[in-house]
Write a protein that binds this ligand. Structure first.
Ligand SMILES: *[C@@H]1O[C@H](CO)[C@@H](O)[C@H](O)[C@H]1NC(C)=O
Ligand SMILES: *[C@@H]1O[C@H](CO)[C@@H](O)[C@H](O)[C@H]1NC(C)=O
Ligand SMILES: *[C@@H]1O[C@H](CO)[C@@H](O)[C@H](O)[C@H]1NC(C)=O
Ligand SMILES: *[C@@H]1O[C@H](CO)[C@@H](O)[C@H](O)[C@H]1NC(C)=O
Ligand SMILES: [Zn+2]
Length: 291
């Protein structure tokens, strides 16, 4: 049998300190939910298939969150609630504050990476992520290492609210700061950019190349429930999908599903929150100092 015991290395100590140094009162970072709400997956959800798809994804393959097996890839709908949308101010985080805790199962390095996603959002807005105060905060984000990367849209008002960020399996992972930021923006009330009501003026969705069972993932979001506050369409959004989202064959370069009308546009980045993402976030949360 292999011996996994190793002396507590300097790296580990440094990383522990790095996590601890990020916020005060962060001893609540890792939290075991005593009464977890059952997660109700949609019919036909196949956890193993999600794990396989993500672990087999090639580095230049589709955005990792599109492989998570839920609506539009990574949106978990709460079937006990009405559909969640950004216009609904009851779905926003109170005082611009998003309390969070990690479920057990992440390494310190992984937590630091996820926290990087929070810091990215905090840098350009008045949103504050901070460690949950158990017994004080009613609602908080509960970051869990489940299958795939996914989130609900907006604050649910139901206590611990899962954001799933799957740790690495064979290389591919949801534990990347840009992926974390994408999922946190869902939790803050964002839907996907490519489903904005005016998207047909900016991209062509080629349904010939979309797997038929994913057609509904290109349904446009209703204008009644969702607004872009007049901010122009944003190819650069971290909420925009890539050219091969839900393709019949993402490895075949000709099987593009989302084609920008601007030939120079780059879509599907997950390395930064765009200027227009921040603009909308700051309007939505009244971050006047950032507007
Ligand atoms: C990870 O890779 C190994 C070797 O390639 C493979 O046997 C295993 O099935 C993979 N695991 C997943 C979850 O795909
Ligand atoms: C929001 O801030 C106000 C004023 O500081 C405070 O009284 C209230 O408890 C806060 N609400 C939440 C949910 O944190
Ligand atoms: C859609 O994809 C098909 C198959 O790859 C291709 O023949 C067709 O020209 C594409 N249509 C557009 C508008 O790009
Ligand atoms: C922002 O301000 C508007 C108008 O004053 C108000 O209706 C809305 O509830 C505020 N939103 C937040 C998140 O404070
Ligand atoms: Zn998403």
């Amino acid at each position: 049998m292999q011996n996994f015991h190793q002396p507590l290395g300097m790296t580990r100590i440094v990383h522990t300190l790095a996590v601890l140094a990020l916020w005060h009162g962060c001893l609540a970072f890792i939290y075991v939910d005593p009464n977890p709400r059952p997660i109700i997956y949609p019919p036909g959800y196949d956890r193993l298939a999600v794990e396989m798809a993500i672990s087999r994804r090639s580095p230049d393959g589709p955005l990792v969150w599109t492989l998570s097996g839920l609506r539009e890839g990574d949106i978990m709908d709460d079937y006990s609630n009405a559909r969640n949308v950004i216009r609904d101010t009851n779905k926003l985080w109170i005082n611009n504050t998003v309390p969070f805790a990690f479920a057990p199962g992440y390494t310190n390095e992984q937590m630091v990476e996820i926290i990087k996603g929070m810091k990215l959002i905090m840098k350009g807005s008045c949103i504050k992520f901070r460690s949950v105060k158990i017994g004080v905060d009613k609602d908080f984000i509960y970051i869990q290492p489940l299958s795939g990367c996914w989130s609900l849209v907006g604050r649910q008002g139901t206590g611990a609210q899962t954001v799933s960020l799957m740790p690495p399996t064979n290389g591919s992972t949801c534990v990347y700061y840009g992926v974390a930021a994408h999922e946190f923006l869902h939790a803050l009330g964002f839907e996907h950019m490519h489903d904005n009501f005016n998207r047909d003026d900016y991209v062509t969705v080629n349904f010939t190349n979309v797997q038929p069972k994913y057609y509904h993932d290109f349904d446009k979001i209703s204008k009644k429930d969702y607004t872009d506050f007049g901010v122009p369409y944003d190819y650069d959004s971290v909420m925009h999908y890539d050219r091969y989202a839900f393709s019949v064959d993402p490895d075949d370069a000709t099987k593009t599903t989302i084609i920008p009308k601007d030939p120079n546009a780059v879509i599907g980045q997950n390395d930064h929150v765009s200027k227009r993402d921040f603009k909308k976030l700051n309007i939505r949360y009244n971050c006047t100092d950032f507007l």
